[in-house]
Design a protein around this ligand. Structure first.
Ligand code: S3P
Length: 440
């Protein structure tokens, strides 16, 4: 798809449901007793993969489109939960497609079932590291087998009775944390998970809302975060409203800041403080954003964000800020490329094991667009400049495709991005929402 410099973007975008929370509504809904109704569900390829996996595990899931009070369409998903051990042995290999969240979180639940399951995914997911969940599950007494012996999927989980553990993860990862906490639901004693910095806490929040007993604490001196799950409570199905995904809002935050003369209102943005790092970075870069109508929805803070075109300057991003903006780094790098001065990103080596090696891909793409970028082992040094149109490889990575689409609408000349359909993984309406801002 080809992109050219846009004139001022103006109007409103209702941000679609949060991907992480949509996954969790199905995961917890399936193992709760009774029905869970999730409003504002993200009908994207990743979340549909989670739905398909649970259908294969014998859970009945309905998908409906309703008209919300404000006249907009509401994607509603109803999950008929069967309790902690109510899943049935799948007759096929579970396919998580491109979704790391699906594999890593479902593995925690599969470890507590009385059957074995095999889970696989697409070529990108088959390269992503799974030792990070295999290790704690094995410590819990659950046998896991990487079919190709490479610590990747396909992965066989031999279900059983996970034992409580105290586990310290080397990486701040909500996927690892959630896998261990979910497996901990099946143990007899409390399970402790410590991570070097607090990662997104949606599993903890939703587990509590379903009647689970989870505690969290952060060591103020070291930044280390520990989550403890106390098993033995009964999870009950809930009615949930899923806030909009700040990771999807990020592209329009960047577009509003970078396209001269723009002013965009982003409605329904989840601003959980384990996810709002991009807002802190925008403020540090001198960007104009205003949070309106801050409210709680489904146990998560939500706001409407007004963003206006701004002159940005470089900043430093690292440490415990990184987990709060991990998926936004590609588009933050585009903002950095347009900023005055240098932006330094450190402590971000996790980006090398996402849907693609995002540090290498950002460096390659921005360099092709005429920006001077230094790629480092755990980050990037980006010298702000002027973007020029170029040919960009998305590598089938949705976040790269959308970040470079924003670069393309800011750059001088023409930008072409391949394999653009991958936006369906997290934001199927991305181009329709961009178009609406254009025509107003
Ligand atoms: C996610 C956690 C993050 C994030 C991913 C979604 C989740 O991964 O990058 O897109 O829903 O738990 P890590 O926990 O591996 O950092």
């Amino acid at each position: 798809m080809k992109f050219h410099a846009e004139k001022a973007l103006r109007g409103t975008v209702k941000i679609p449901g949060d991907k992480s929370i949509s996954h969790r509504s199905v995961l917890l809904g399936a193992i709760a007793n009774g029905d869970t109704t999730a409003h504002g569900f993200l009908r994207s390829a990743d979340c549909l993969a989670t739905i398909d996996c649970f259908r294969a595990l014998g859970i009945s899931i309905e998908e409906r489109t309703e008209i919300a009070a404000d006249g907009s369409e509401d994607n509603v998903v109803i999950i008929h939960g069967k309790g902690l051990r109510g899943l049935s042995e799948p007759s096929k290999v579970l396919d998580a497609m491109n979704s790391g969240t699906t594999v890593r979180l479902i593995s925690g639940i599969l470890s507590g079932q009385n059957f074995d399951s095999t889970i696989t995914g697409d070529a990108s997911l088959r390269k992503r590291p799974m030792r990070r969940i295999m290790e704690p599950l094995e410590m819990m007494g659950i046998m896991t087998e990487s079919v190709e012996n490479n610590d990747c999927i396909p992965l066989i989980i031999h279900g059983g009775n996970p034992r409580a553990i105290r586990y310290t993860s080397k990486v701040a990862s909500a996927q690892v944390k959630s896998c261990v906490l979910l497996a901990g639901l099946y143990a007899e004693d409390p399970t402790f998970l410590t991570e070097p910095a607090l990662s997104r806490n949606h599993t903890e929040l939703m587990l509590s809302a379903f009647g689970g007993n989870v505690k969290s604490k952060v060591n103020k001196e070291t930044g280390e975060a520990t989550a403890i799950v106390y098993p033995g409570t009964i999870l009950e199905g809930q009615e949930i409203t899923i806030p909009g995904d700040i990771s999807s809002a990020a592209y329009f935050l960047a577009a509003g800041l970078l396209v001269p003369g723009s002013e965009i209102l982003l409605q329904n943005v989840g601003i959980n403080d384990t996810r709002d790092g991009i807002l802190r970075v925008i403020r540090a870069m001198g960007g104009s954003i205003k949070l309106n109508h801050v409210r709680m929805e489904g146990g998560e803070p939500v706001a409407d964000i007004l963003v206006s075109a701004s002159e940005l300057h470089g900043t430093k991003i690292g440490g415990s800020l990184i987990p709060t903006l991990i998926d936004e780094i590609p588009v933050i790098a585009v903002m950095a490329a347009c900023a005055d001065g240098d932006t330094e990103i450190t402590d971000a080596s996790e980006l090398r094991v996402k849907e693609s090696d995002r540090l290498a891909a950002i460096a390659e793409g921005l360099t092709a667009m005429g920006i001077s970028v230094e790629e480092r082992k755990d980050g990037l040094l980006i010298h702000g400049g002027t973007l020029h149109g170029a040919s960009i490889r998305s590598l089938g990575d949705h976040r790269l495709a959308m970040a470079f689409a924003i670069a393309g609408i800011v750059a001088e000349g023409e930008t072409e991005i391949d394999d653009i359909e991958c936006v369906n993984i997290s934001y199927p309406e991305f181009f329709a929402d961009l178009e609406n801002l254009r025509s107003i």
